[in-house]
Design a protein around this ligand. Structure first.
Ligand code: 5AD
Ligand code: FES
Length: 349
């Protein structure tokens, strides 16, 4: 008898388990449980989203960062990082190309770079919104003050991605330098929500010192916070960081957690991340087949792509935006899904 089957049954019916039960689901996982979770996740996603896969054009604005997260390749003390910053004109050119390719969401992501102050960002947001009023704009620019989040929202930003990285405070402190605080991270997420953003959080799978208990906290956090989006991907070591020699996360556990997250919250926007595709050539397909429903191809200029190296061996750094879009459309088609031209807002369950 597989002791996990009653737990899975209850998860499917109640969309909730206790933290201890989530931990058991992780520590005792086996192929039969994974297969059942996958099947239920796909069924629930189909009921909400059909076979549509949403796409977001990722524009990596800058790899300057004032932070020093121990896992991240663009941390400030990585002297090997070749720093760049796109100009507003270059960013607008990425949006133009992306729009023509069928993207209706642009994700502006970058390190915490002081050059992108509120004034510059608000100007940029207004221009993008004026030129592409039918598009959603997602920001992923780290921790800012509540006032700043409010100004950016007022200037047209619709969504904000800020991965919480881990819901376990002690674990958070092992991944970050002392000046970064878990409480402030969580406060940022609450502020974003209160301002009215669609909010995305998320975590790495297999980050150094992560335990099944910490992952169970992540699942409980998602269950209670109920974000619109949740980005999860395997940790992949970057050689010039303090964690460069640590083991990376696994595709298997990432996909297992994607299935559980889909069941917890059937309408959750869940990307099959580039990190998943980096670890396994079929990683993004496996992610979709486990319950993910979003892909985020790169729209950054090819000239800077290799420089935005949060982790080693990142894929898609040599391809043009059109190639990535075409490649993903074909990959989704091959597994029976359709990449749609749509803002990809969350649907109600
Ligand atoms: N491996 C995988 N993901 C990483 N990120 C940062 N560094 C790494 C790494 N080495 C993730 C973090 C961050 C997001 C932008 O990328 O979760 O929030
Ligand atoms: Fe970039 Fe396939 S998605 S090359």
């Amino acid at each position: 008898m597989n002791q996990l089957l009653p737990l899975i049954d209850r998860l499917v019916r109640a969309h909730s388990l206790s933290e201890e039960e989530y931990e058991t689901l992780i520590t005792e996982r086996n192929e039969q449980a994974a297969s059942l979770l996958r099947q239920e996740a796909v069924r629930l996603r189909k009921a909400v989203y059909g076979n549509a896969v949403f796409t977001r054009g990722l524009i990596e604005l800058s790899n300057y960062c004032r932070n020093d997260c121990l896992y991240c390749g663009i941390r400030r003390s990585n002297a090997h990082a070749d720093r760049y910053r796109l100009t507003p004109e270059e960013i607008l050119a990425c949006c133009r190309e992306g729009y023509e390719l069928g993207f209706r969401t642009f994700v502006l992501q970058g390190g915490e770079d002081a050059w992108f102050n509120d004034e510059r960002l608000c100007g940029l947001l207004r221009q993008i919104k004026e030129q592409y009023p039918d598009c959603a704009i997602t920001l992923s620019l780290g921790e800012r003050s509540r006032e700043s989040y409010q100004r950016l929202f007022d200037a047209g930003a619709d969504r904000y991605l800020l991965r919480h990285e881990t819901a376990d405070k002690a674990h958070y402190e092992k991944l970050h330098p002392p000046e970064l605080s878990f409480d402030n991270r969580m406060e940022c997420l609450r502020n974003l929500r209160e301002i009215g953003y669609q909010v995305g959080c998320g975590f790495m799978v297999g980050s150094p010192f992560q335990t099944p208990a910490a992952l169970a906290k992540d699942l409980k956090f998602i269950e209670t916070f109920r974000p619109e989006m949740c980005g999860i991907g395997p940790f992949i070591p970057q050689k010039d960081t303090p964690f460069g020699q640590h083991a990376g996360g696994s595709v298997e556990l990432t996909c297992y957690l994607l299935s559980i997250l889909r069941i917890i919250q059937p309408n959750l926007l869940l990307p099959a991340t580039t990190a998943l595709g980096t670890l396994d050539p079929q990683g993004r397909e496996k992610g979709i087949l486990s319950g993910a429903n979003v892909v985020m191809p790169n729209l950054s200029p090819v000239s800077v792509r290799k420089k935005y190296q949060l982790y080693d061996n990142k894929i898609c750094t040599g391809e043009e935006s059109a190639q990535c879009r075409g490649c993903l459309a074909q990959r989704m088609d091959a597994i029976g899904y359709e990449l749609v031209i749509d803002r990809g807002d969350p649907k109600s369950n």
